[in-house]
Design a protein around this ligand. Structure first.
Ligand code: NDP
Length: 295
């Protein structure tokens, strides 16, 4: 029998449209005040198809809210020194408010060195240790885009978080770990009791079944099944996977880390893939860029 979805949708597309309307107003005010629109640059090294798609979507999103954007492409063979030199140039460029270096980088370039080279004041991805430190301490700074986008989504739908048990599955530096910190801070969204699970967690299902709010960033298609989810949970699926599908015109379909249909039958709220976390990530980048321009 087909599972019947009962959960309400945490609609990232709709939420990001509402936020983008506000960002566009902010961009117009910056332009009126400073004589130029907020300006974001994106550096893309190599030819990875998924990275190209992400960067192009970011550039397009900038145009839609009245930002200026610059796409800087470098070949796969670019050396670490060349890239660091480029980053230093962008740090010093007064016409730029912020920039991102799209990850992953080719394996001969150490991502950590590049992340550290970005001026924290222009680090609109929120990956620099100074911004991570500010997040941990609750100081002002740039929050990493995906976790802060999820917070915006929870806020948009007035999801209650205080006192809830939030289980985050996955502890990457860009998603799981900062997400766990944001959900445990003394703020809204936040004030959760947080469990951070990873590949060494024993009996993961027993942990995820305790979650009032379950945030999944594992990077494995349809990893979370209904039997791992508590009745009535709020489920946020960060994963995104292109799965070949000859029946689709595009030749592929997108899946998340969660088995959507069966989990939606149990949850009260759930993010779809696509249209959940993805659009919120890009919108957070725009929010950070606007903030950089307003400083
Ligand atoms: P990473 O691969 O960096 O991290 C995956 C995490 O999952 C690791 O911490 C790993 O644990 C954990 N993990 C792996 N296998 C298991 C398991 N069997 N049980 C429990 N934990 C496990 O992924 P990211 O955080 O970068 O991304 C996660 C997913 O989100 C990907 O599909 C990615 O494409 C997507 N994504 C989507 C974004 C969006 O905007 N929608 C933005 C960023 C990412 P350990 O640390 O022990 O290895």
């Amino acid at each position: 029998m087909m599972d019947v979805a009962t959960a309400q949708i945490l609609d990232g597309k709709r939420c990001s449209e509402a936020l983008k309307a506000e960002i566009a107003k902010g961009a117009a005010a910056v332009k009126a005040d400073r004589g130029r629109a907020p300006h974001l640059a994106a550096v893309l090294v190599g030819n990875d198809g998924a990275s190209r798609t992400y960067v192009e979507a970011k550039v397009k999103a900038c145009e839609a809210v009245g930002f200026r954007s610059t796409l800087i492409r470098r070949p796969e063979t670019t050396t670490e020194d060349d890239l660091l030199h480029l980053v230093q140039g962008l740090n010093a460029d007064d016409t730029l408010d912020g920039f991102i270096v799209q990850l992953p980088l080719p394996s001969h370039i150490r991502e950590e060195r590049v992340t550290l080279a970005v001026d924290p004041r222009k680090d609109v991805d929120g990956f620099h240790p100074v911004n991570i430190g500010n997040m941990v301490l609750g100081h002002d700074g740039f929050l990493p885009a995906t976790p802060s986008g999820i917070c915006e989504l929870l806020k948009h739908y007035s999801i209650e978080t205080a006192g809830k048990h939030c289980v985050v599955v996955g502890r990457s530096n860009i998603v799981g770990t900062p997400m766990s910190i944001l959900m445990s801070r003394n703020a809204y969204p936040g004030n959760c009791t947080v469990t951070l699970a990873h590949s060494r967690t024993k009996d993961l299902g027993a942990i995820t079944r305790q979650a009032d709010i379950l945030i999944v960033a594992v990077g494995r298609p349809e990893f979370i099944s209904a039997d791992m989810v508590k009745d009535g949970a709020v489920v946020v699926d960060v994963g995104i996977h292109r799965i070949e599908d000859a029946t689709r015109k595009s030749g592929f379909r997108l899946l998340g880390d969660v088995r959507y249909n069966e989990v939606a039958a149990k949850a009260t709220w759930i993010t779809p893939v696509p249209g959940g976390v993805g659009p919120m990530t890009i919108t957070s980048l725009l929010l950070n860029t606007l903030k950089a321009a307003q400083r």
